[in-house]
Write a protein that binds this ligand. Structure first.
Ligand SMILES: Nc1ccn([C@@H]2O[C@H](COP(=O)(O)O)[C@@H](O)[C@H]2O)c(=O)n1
Length: 313
């Protein structure tokens, strides 16, 4: 697929299959969807593996770990966590507790435990404390805050993550009970002309914070948007969606979001009106995006067909 004008490296983004009915049958509560991506960066014969979010506890064990083992991956160069909800961090606990895995670096923007405690249910808080304990045992932990916005994390010489947004700590000093969905570490993966905005569960508050600041330029005209909050309510706002102008939107959703979160359908219409290719987890068991920085291959595998769409940048 790769073109003559390609950058030296390639990026491969895979959304784990954590939202199909089959995964629910493994014993996870039907209901909320989850998010987890494996990002593989290949440059000059070397591959770096980054896990961005880890879905729910149990899905790490039953979905993510089996995939990694089958693909010969027992070392992760980095785990990046978007925010303190268990549909994003739960499976990371499974990985950190599994002695077969080595994790070289953990990157997040942690909130104080008392804020998390007051802002979520007891189960989520218990998981958060478990995660914090496991992360505390890792040798290399990078905690990011607003002073890091605009800086880049390099994985190889070409591909990099730009730090786009971190939790608003002024707001957190004044408010102890918050919507955790508005306090994400948001990163943008870049290679050549390709960019992927990994928006976590960014809701209205953080969307406005980005749009009304210098960070706005970082979200404008991206190639790919990972739809926030599973594409549904309290998700990326219409203004945010317009600003991104994404050619491609990856949506970790399931039937619960589609049927019960009214703004989901509105958001899908808006993406389509803007001409974006939609990769929806309720349609496909496997979603992958591959790029060399000038051409993008979007792969969607469903029960009925496999579809590959090419985008030239
Ligand atoms: N007030 C809340 C909201 C959510 N949680 C936990 O986060 C999970 C995901 O919720 P989203 O709908 O925001 O994606 C959910 O399963 C809860 O465990 C919470 O604890 N308190």
């Amino acid at each position: 697929m790769y073109s003559d004008s390609a950058e030296k490296g390639t990026v491969h983004i895979k959304l784990f299959d954590v939202n199909t009915p089959e995964t629910d049958q493994l014993g996870f509560p039907h209901g909320n969807p989850a998010d987890s991506f494996l990002i593989r960066i290949q440059e000059e014969g070397e591959e770096r593996r980054i896990l961005l979010d880890g879905a729910k506890q149990g899905q790490g064990k039953h979905v993510i770990i089996p995939y990694l083992i089958e693909n010969g991956i027992t070392t992760l160069d980095c785990i990046i966590l978007s925010h303190a909800h268990n549909d994003h961090f739960g499976g990371i606990i499974d990985i950190l507790e599994d002695p077969r895995f080595t994790v070289h670096q953990f990157i997040y923007s942690p909130l104080d435990d008392d804020i998390v405690e007051q802002s979520c249910d007891a189960n989520n808080y218990e998981g958060w404390l478990t995660l914090r304990k496991l992360v505390g045992q890792l040798p290399n932990v990078l905690e990011l805050n607003e002073t890091h916005i605009g800086t880049e994390l390099r994985f190889g010489s070409e591909a990099r993550f730009e730090i786009v947004s971190t939790p608003d700590r002024d707001y957190l000093r004044a408010n102890k009970q918050v919507d955790l969905n508005d306090f994400n570490l948001i990163v943008k993966l870049k290679l050549g002309k390709f960019s992927a905005l990994m928006a976590g569960d960014c809701g209205e508050y953080q969307s406005r914070q980005i749009l009304n600041s210098n960070q706005r330029q970082s979200i404008e005209s991206v190639t790919m948007l990972k739809a926030a909050h599973h594409g549904g309510d309290a998700s990326t706002t219409p203004e945010f969606i317009h600003a991104c102008g994404a050619k491609l939107v990856v949506i970790p959703c399931n039937v619960t979001v589609v049927e019960h979160r009214p703004s989901f359908i509105q958001n899908m219409h808006l993406f389509s009106r803007l001409g974006a290719k939609l990769l929806r987890a309720d349609w496909a068991r496997n979603i992958e995006v591959r790029t060399d920085g000038s051409r993008v291959e979007c792969i969607m595998e469903t029960d009925l067909f496999n579809e590959t769409t090419l985008l030239e940048l």
